[in-house]
Design a protein around this ligand. Structure first.
Ligand code: UN1
Length: 511
């Protein structure tokens, strides 16, 4: 396939996204470069400089200086700037969505959907900018007033994953900005070009509004750059999305300096399909949840837990639905499923398939690699379904590929127990038309996940809700609801407007 976008021929550099754009990196011969290949066609689409430690330090210093000014800008005015960014993303939706699809490999529909999430969070953040509410309390002392205020934290580090290369940044950055923070983004080294594109898209807005250099920064690289952020006491909050392994490393480093972290890690999401389910709703939801983004969402449906009386029926319907899946270039809208991100992901698909067979799993829909014309990148695999058991180690792990496990249950208690009996706790769903079952699933004795849905699937969460999960998913919440509080510090204020100095708890202290 020919490149569909005007792509830079020289390596592009990270830095800050306002006036000067990019830091002049030392022109040393040993400057490291990230090569970004498209999994769609295997083409090299960009060469991006890896930030050096010196680049990183300059970025943090600039961000710190910018914070001193940005925090003084009234929040609704910061919201107005975010509103203008939303307009820019509306303008460039097609281009950015296409680039997301090309660099990451998700279908064009989903690439455009991802940009839509950016637009939505911009709108949300604009409203939020006028609603950074603190409470007021009644003091126990006469002529005293108590209240709380929310102040910005400072520098926020955002570590994002390849699977949502731009949306997850925006959930963090747009909210952090209206809160008065400044952001340093370290995108996945697998998708650096989409991150640079976002910096370019908002650059005009920042310049036109005289936003100080350093409010929006980018550092590129792999594990090293992530560790710099995690260990750096100048970075008040590190928001990290990715694997549980990465999240544990970040959490330990940040906790070691008593910093704040916000973690969005692995999921092992299940859908319970009751005998009271409307299968015309359930089947498409399961299939989209399992094969959308080629199984590379943290909300991907990985397990379905089916009531035994309808097990064969569900199995057969899924088989015929999977038989209709069309796999091919993500940029061609007639295909449902695109490639995996890279050859390493294909390897983990193959290793997982072997382990399923060794554990005694039986494939209802067979796995396989695709080759030949259109599949030259070697990243295209067949979504598959295996009958398995929940306690198998392979089922307990999150593998970021389109493999769906089919499990069976007899009672709802058993189904909920299986659903919860994994280390992760991100997203979950039940399909039932029975009110008692639905309410039980949502009750304290129901799903233990951060997201629990009724009659919709596990993926495709809207930005208005708080997004995140429990247990090994990390406990963080991003985007909607009151997730903004994670980006601010709470200050309790007590003001004495009287003429005496009463102490709390009735203590007297006479001089
Ligand atoms: C992720 O996979 O990291 O709910 C985020 C969804 C999307 C976000 C997924 N809105 O599938």
């Amino acid at each position: 396939m020919q490149s569909i976008l005007p792509l830079p021929t020289q390596p592009v550099k990270p830095g800050t996204s306002t006036g000067q754009h990019f830091w002049p990196t030392e022109a040393s011969g040993n400057q490291k470069i990230i090569d970004s290949y498209s999994p769609a066609d295997g083409q090299l689409i960009a060469r991006v400089h890896v930030s050096t430690r010196a680049d990183y330090d300059r970025v943090v210093e600039t961000a710190q200086t910018a914070f001193g000014q940005w925090r003084l800008v009234p929040a609704p005015r910061r919201g107005e700037i975010v509103r203008q960014m939303g307009e820019q993303f509306r303008r460039y939706k097609r281009e950015l969505g296409t680039l997301v699809s090309y660099e990451m490999g998700k279908s064009l529909q989903e690439g455009l959907g991802e940009v839509q999430e950016i637009i939505d969070i911009c709108d949300f953040a604009v409203g939020q900018s006028r609603q950074l509410y603190g409470l007021s309390m009644h003091s126990e002392r006469p002529a005293h007033r108590m209240m709380e205020q929310w102040h910005p934290l400072g520098v926020v580090g955002i570590i994002s994953a390849f699977n949502f290369p731009v949306a997850v940044w925006s959930w963090n950055a747009m909210i952090a900005w209206v809160c008065g923070d400044v952001c340093i983004w370290k995108p996945s080294e697998k998708t650096p070009l989409t991150a640079l594109a976002c910096q370019q898209i908002i650059g005009d807005v920042l310049r036109n509004n005289d936003v100080p250099e350093g409010v929006s920064c980018l550092v590129t690289g792999g594990r090293d750059a992530g560790e710099w952020l995690a260990r750096d006491p100048r970075v008040a909050l590190v928001s990290a999305t990715g694997s549980t392994r990465m999240g544990k490393a970040v959490a330990e480093s940040v906790a070691g300096r008593l910093g704040k972290s916000l973690l969005e890690l692995g999921g092992n999401n299940a859908i319970i399909v009751s005998e009271h389910a409307d299968l015309d709703l359930a089947i498409p939801a399961i299939v989209f949840g399992a094969v959308g983004t080629a199984g590379q969402r943290c909300t991907t449906t990985r397990r379905i837990i089916v009531q035994e009386s309808i097990y064969d029926d569900v199995k057969n319907r899924l088989k015929s639905a999977y038989a209709q899946l069309r796999i091919g270039s993500p940029l061609d809208e007639s295909f449902h499923v695109g490639p995996l991100i890279d050859q390493a992901a294909v390897k983990s698909y193959q290793v997982t398939i072997n382990e399923i067979r060794e554990s005694g799993g039986r494939f209802v829909v067979e796995p396989g690699l695709l080759d030949g014309i259109g599949f030259e990148s070697g990243c295209y695999v067949k979504p598959c379904i295996a009958e398995a058991e929940n306690q198998w180690p392979i089922v307990q792990r999150e593998t970021f590929v389109p493999i769906l496990y089919l499990l069976k249950y007899s009672t709802l208690d058993d189904a909920i127990a299986q659903q919860n009996a994994v280390p992760q706790g991100l997203s979950s769903a039940i399909f039932t038309l029975n009110l008692r079952e639905a309410e039980r699933f949502l009750s304290t004795a129901g799903s233990d996940c951060g997201i629990a849905n009724v009659n919709i699937g596990t993926s495709g969460a809207e930005i208005g809700g708080a997004f995140g999960g429990e247990k090994e998913t990390g406990g963080g919440r991003e985007s909607g609801s009151d997730a903004w509080k994670a980006y601010m510090r709470r200050q309790t204020n007590t003001i004495n407007y009287g003429t005496t100095m009463p102490l709390a708890q009735g203590i007297t202290f006479e001089l």
